[in-house]
Structures are given as structure tokens and as C-alpha cells.
Design a protein around this ligand. Structure first.
Ligand SMILES: Cc1cc2nc3c(=O)[nH]c(=O)nc-3n(C[C@H](O)[C@H](O)[C@H](O)COP(=O)(O)OP(=O)(O)OC[C@H]3O[C@@H](n4cnc5c(N)ncnc54)[C@H](O)[C@@H]3O)c2cc1C
Length: 453
């Protein structure tokens, strides 16, 4: 009997389970956004409630069937795929519930776009959002969820008040800092290896009305890094990111510094830009509504879908670097890549003391104020050149080694060949708590079985 038929028969859920194993569905769930790994599941379940997820996990645990979790499938190296196992498509659990006070309650498959729209209708917003709002709540909470506001407010996982989780054993548990803390800490940034987040309660802050983004350009990397340190240390802006660009054979560095405001008079431009050494003649400034600023990737996404680049392979690598090593490691990394027009290189500071999620591993800064750096090599590859693809993955593996040797860490979801990352080493001193949680909540290892870094 097929896996789908066994699942449909044995799962004791409240209603019929939506299980598919038709060719079109299996093909759709055989690849992720990275487009580098192909793994064909035996069946895809689209749950409509947490009890459906619990039924699938109980079945999987009894039968030793691997389970992969899929939010919107934006992983880069098959993290949301399984060969022969069950994919749980959380797209069926995508409601944002009317929240009360300064909180929003969202099902795990809801996109951050829907969450933000719902919060903004009440004049509120999540303090930290990813650059792209099409990602699912469960997907970013399972890696951390970082953005330009993280230097002030930490990761998205730090703003979670409570989670509803279905464990690997098929139990539905509500966990929080006060209740089943071990599970709460094991699923936030835990890459879906201990349980399935089915619902999240997320804290909100008052939303601004408008945003002013300045793109400040530098030709000198030392000045660029120094100014980023200053603006983050002094919290001059609400949102800070940075890019490394290639222009006419030379590197150009861009500090994206955004202020949120209610009234234009709230922003003292001179004070904000004082003592920064950007190339003034190149500066670009744009005004947005706050909502449009949050969803600023939407136009780019449409364009990339139209020109087909969205569907090309994405061997993305994101790592975190200690301050003392950032210039050297980034310099070495940039020597090894050809940055084309379609590629994005991110480089911006975070504050480790604002990030409290145990499994979101960052380098240890020398002082509380010292930043750590997010460095993302987000390249797009030619789908018809397997040798180039293999080289890019090799380069990622070499860079990851360089980064870890320099005291840095990797961000799950990256495109790293299997075996590059030792999870136990990655989680460091959070390892024993994580191991204990895994033994307790997924003793059959059905969630870990499908997982790759
Ligand atoms: C265009 C783009 C922009 C991005 N921008 C940012 C950014 O600004 N900031 C940032 O931090 N990251 C960013 N990322 C990375 C992104 O946060 C991760 O890849 C994230 O996991 C993707 O979410 P998803 O819903 O697509 O997850 P999927 O790809 O579907 O799943 C990825 C992983 O999450 C786990 N998972 C998914 N849902 C659940 C769940 N409900 N419970 C438990 N585990 C689950 C899966 O097991 C898997 O390991 C970006 C990625 C892309 C492609």
C-alpha cells in the first residue's frame, strides 16, 4: 500500500487528511527555492489544523517515516524536502487571528506579509521583519528571522511570546518562557528538528507612519565598516543594512540607513548623518509609507518572476562574523566570487546582546557593545551549468570553514553540501539542552531524519 494510502487510513485526525501523491504535487514538493537539491517525497499532507499535524507525526513516529516541514519552501539546500518521506505543507495553516493588545496570533504557514497587514490595521507592527515578507512565520522562526531592525530588537524568535508546537511524538504542546521552556528553546531557530510550530503569538510595537531610506555609498571598506559600527552603536537609525556592490571592476559599499517617523519634522537629518564619511554626491534618499518600506522587495520579486531569475538555482550562503575578523574574511571571500548584476552581497552589523534565542548561534563579541556581522553571499546560478554549480557549493563549503576558523557561525537555510556543518558543534553550549529536548520530543528522530543544514 502506498504511503499516502497508509497515511490516510491510519491517521486518526478529526476529519479526512488532505494527502496527495499525484505526480504534479510530488514534483512541486521535490525542489525548494534554492533549486540545488532534488528529493521526491512519498506523500504530501496539507493540514488544516494542529490535530492534522499531530496525526501525521504520530503515524510517522510509529512507522519511522521521515517528515519534512514546508512553510513557503524558501530553503536553499533541501531543508524542506524529504526523499520518500512525508512533506507537511503548512500552507494549509495560514490564518492570522484577530489579536488583542500588543500581540498577534498567526498560524505557522501565514506569511509575514499577512501578519504585517493585520498588525498595521491596528497601528502595530512586528519590531523585526525579514527583507522579504513572502516567508512563512514557521519558516523564519525555525531559523531565527533577522532584518535591518535586529541591531535594536534582536531576532524574530526573540519577540515570540508563545508557540503551539506539535512534537515529533504527535503531541500538541503550548510552550513559552514560562511553560515547557525546553521545547520553546528547542524549536526557535531549531530548524524544525524537535517539533512543528503550528501557531505563534508574536509581540508587536507601535508602527510608524513613514520611512526615509538613505543609500550612503563608500569606496573605502574601512570607512564603511566604521560608519556602520557608529550608527549601530548610537542607534541612530531604526533600520540598518549594508551591501557590497561591484561597479566598473571596483567594490562599492552601500549603507542603507532608514528612519521611521510620524512627521517629517521628527527626523533631524543633520544630526543623523553627522561625522559619517560617505560619498555625499552619490547619496540617494527615498520616502515610503511604513507598510511599503516593509514590503520593499515586492516589486523586485515580480520582476524576477517575470524574467525567470526567481526560478534559477540560488546557492546562497549567510554567515555571522566577529568584528575583529570581518574585514579580513569578507576580503578573502570577495576574492573568490564573481559578483554579477543578479547577485546580492549583504554586510551589516547586529548586536549579539539583543539576541537571546539560545539556538541562534552568533560569534561571541569581546564586549557587549561590539557588533557581530551578517555577511550574505546571495548569488544566482545558471541551471544549465552543473560544473559551475558544483564549484559554487565547494566555494560555500570553503568559506564556511574559513568563517568557523575565524570564530564565526553559519545561518541555517544556507546552501552547504551535506556534512559541512556539524549541528552539535554549531549549537555549542546549547547542545546538551537541545539533545535532551530531541530525545524527549522526537525520540524516533522522524523530524531530524529529513533535515539537512
Ligand atoms: C528571497 C529570500 C529572502 C530572505 N530574507 C531573509 C531575511 O531577510 N531574514 C532572514 O532571517 N532570513 C531570510 N531568508 C531566509 C529564510 O528566513 C529561511 O530560508 C526560512 O527558513 C524560509 O522560510 P520558509 O517558510 O520558506 O521555510 P521552508 O523553506 O519551507 O522551510 C525551511 C526550514 O524551516 C523549517 N520549518 C518550516 N516551517 C516550520 C514550522 N512550522 N515549524 C518548524 N520548522 C519549520 C523546515 O523544517 C526547514 O528546515 C530569506 C530567504 C529568501 C529565499
Amino acid at each position: 500500500m502506498s504511503l499516502a494510502a497508509r497515511l490516510s487510513r491510519s491517521a486518526p485526525g478529526p476529519g479526512p487528511l488532505h494527502v496527495s501523491d499525484d505526480e504534479a504535487t510530488l514534483a512541486r514538493f521535490s525542489r525548494d527555492w534554492g533549486g540545488l537539491v532534488h528529493a521526491r517525497p512519498g506523500a504530501v499532507v496539507r493540514p488544516s489544523c494542529a490535530a492534522d499535524v499531530a496525526a501525521v507525526l504520530a503515524f510517522a513516529s510509529d512507522t519511522g517515516t521521515p517528515v519534512a516541514l514546508r512553510g513557503t519552501g524558501h530553503s536553499c539546500f533541501g531543508q524542506s524536502l524529504t526523499e520518500g518521506g512525508v512533506v507537511v505543507d503548512l500552507g494549509g495553516l495560514a490564518r492570522v487571528h484577530p489579536g488583542t493588545g500588543r500581540e498577534v496570533v498567526a498560524d505557522a504557514g501565514a506569511s509575514w506579509r499577512r501578519v504585517t497587514e493585520s498588525a498595521l490595521a491596528r497601528g502595530l507592527t512586528p519590531a523585526v521583519l525579514p527583507d522579504y515578507l513572502g516567508l512563512s512565520v514557521g519558516g523564519t522562526l525555525s531559523v531565527g528571522g533577522l532584518g535591518g531592525a535586529s541591531h535594536r530588537h534582536g531576532a524574530q524568535t526573540d519577540a515570540v511570546v508563545e508557540l503551539e508546537v506539535v512534537t515529533g511524538r504527535g503531541e500538541i504542546v503550548r510552550c513559552s518562557p514560562e511553560r515547557d521552556r525546553d521545547l520553546f528553546d528547542a524549536v526557535r531557530a531549531g530548524s524544525g528538528q524537535c517539533g512543528v510550530i503550528t501557531r505563534a503569538t508574536v509581540g508587536l510595537v507601535t508602527a510608524a507612519r513613514s520611512a526615509r531610506r538613505r543609500k550612503l555609498y563608500y569606496r573605502d571598506v574601512t570607512a564603511f565598516l566604521a560608519d556602520q559600527r557608529t550608527v549601530v552603536d548610537e542607534e541612530r537609525f531604526d533600520h540598518v543594512e549594508g551591501r557590497v556592490l561591484r561597479e566598473e571592476g571596483a567594490w562599492l559599499y552601500r549603507l542603507d540607513a532608514t528612519s521611521y517617523y510620524l512627521l517629517p519634522s521628527d527626523v533631524d537629518e543633520d544630526a543623523l548623518l553627522a561625522d559619517l564619511s560617505f560619498e555625499a554626491s552619490l547619496t540617494e534618499t527615498a520616502e515610503y509609507s511604513y507598510g511599503d518600506f516593509c514590503d520593499r522587495m515586492a516589486d523586485g520579486e515580480r520582476l524576477l518572476r517575470d524574467n525567470g531569475e526567481w526560478y534559477r538555482p540560488h546557492p546562497w550562503l549567510t554567515v555571522f562574523l566577529p568584528d575583529a575578523e570581518v574585514a579580513d574574511v569578507v576580503g578573502q571571500a570577495l576574492d573568490t566570487v564573481d559578483v554579477g548584476d543578479s547577485d546580492t552581497v549583504l554586510l551589516y552589523p547586529l548586536r549579539a546582546d539583543r539576541i537571546t534565542t539560545p539556538l541562534l548561534r552568533l560569534p561571541t563579541p569581546a564586549t557587549a557593545e561590539e557588533p557581530v556581522w551578517l555577511f550574505g553571499l546571495l548569488t544566482v546560478a545558471d541551471p544549465h551549468d552543473p560544473i559551475d554549480l558544483a564549484r559554487r557549493l565547494e566555494r560555500n563549503a570553503t568559506l564556511h570553514e574559513l568563517v568557523t576558523a575565524a570564530g564565526g557561525t553559519g545561518y541555517p537555510g544556507s546552501a552547504l553540501p551535506r556534512g559541512c556543518v556539524d549541528w552539535t558543534r554549531h549549537v555549542g553550549d546549547a547542545g546538551s539542552a537541545w539533545e535532551a529536548a530531541r530525545r524527549r520530543y522526537d525520540p524516533a528522530g522522524v523530524l531530524a531524519a529529513a533535515h539537512s543544514w
